[in-house]
Ligand binder design. Sequence first.
Ligand SMILES: NC(=O)c1ccc[n+]([C@@H]2O[C@H](COP(=O)([O-])OP(=O)(O)OC[C@H]3O[C@@H](n4cnc5c(N)ncnc54)[C@H](O)[C@@H]3O)[C@@H](O)[C@H]2O)c1
Length: 384
Amino acid sequence: MNGRFISGLCFGGVPDNFSAKSTLQSANNSASNSSAYMAHFRGATALVTGGAGFIGSHIVDALLAAGAHVRVLDDLSTGDRRNLLGAHIQLDAIKNGNTSDRNIHGDQSTLTTPHIDTAKQRGAELIVGSVSDATTVRRAVTGCSHVFHLAAMVGIAQSVHEPDKHYNSNILGTEIVLRECSTAKVSSVVFASSSAVYGLAPNIPSSESDPVIAASPYAAGKAQGETLIETYARANNTHAASLRLFNVFGPRQSATGAYAAAIAAFFAAAKLRQPASLFGTGEQTRDFVPVANVVQAFLRAADPRHNLCGERFNIGLGHATSLRQLLDMIADISEIKIPPRLLPPRDADSSHSCADISSAISKLNFDPQVSMLEGLRQTWQSLV
Ligand SMILES: NC(=O)c1ccc[n+]([C@@H]2O[C@H](COP(=O)([O-])OP(=O)(O)OC[C@H]3O[C@@H](n4cnc5c(N)ncnc54)[C@H](O)[C@@H]3O)[C@@H](O)[C@H]2O)c1
């Protein structure tokens, strides 16, 4: 780590003065109402792969609010159809070896009797299937002008333990999505990459020009996805970009399973009044970014006026918080003191991580309106 800092933004402690002017909901609304960058979604057809998941479902909400026709392609392996509540769910359960049609609550009862919410006819169409199945992807992509590609196996450790599954979802799946986008002449593609591409000892803050040092199949798959996106953009002379997401949090994030993100797991511990598992010393720092800001970044990156040709952009808040600081913030917000349960450090876990977001600000007009503290408050409110 060479320890670069910009204007004191990193390791800034409690960052509530970072334009705390909006709630998650109002950020979604502001991202979807009057802004010029939203206008071109009106009447457009957009596909969100992984749209039943945490981040994807928030993108779906913003696109629907902007007047787009929205399709979701998701195998429900970690997503949940209830994240699309109110959507007009047209089930198309395509059964094949890669498709696991269930939700995280194990409820399969709705599969044969699709839930259609007649009160919300503007909802998204859910296609249950895998991005590794070309026939399904072709059907999902045909007629779309915009594709947001988020479907992926998201656990770093899982990518080590289940490399074949990881390959199918994250590498083959991205290849197939881009091949079908090319055939369907999709005009813009935005890919969910990850800060994991910077490796275990990244520069602080990390800049897009830093070397890619993948330390897991997951990170290598994201780096490969970025290359595929750039190749796709050049070969087709099409607008495309990759967003290197740092630690995203907010409502609907899963708090269960071995790969649960820290904030969701800490809030779940607070709710249950149980100790929170802390891997390592707890002094590790992360750039935690509220999901509303990430949604805004995706929609801005899809704006054809930026004329992107496969560029990569860091998406975070630009400052870092330690896990111990985070526990204190969560205790303040929830008014529940959560004792840490110290566990050994996890494999392939970096000590520190923080984004340099200057490129996203200058080239995408990225304007993260929701502070970390406001995002935490909104997340807690969604749980109680
Ligand atoms: N949450 C973060 O902090 C973070 C950080 C960096 C990158 N990302 C990336 O953002 C994207 C969304 O992550 P998330 O946090 O919302 O996780 P998530 O698990 O909630 O969402 C992933 C979605 O993809 C679906 N999916 C998985 N494999 C699939 C397949 N083969 N075909 C179709 N659908 C499939 C899952 O069912 C789920 O709905 C992922 O690509 C992830 O790698 C997330």
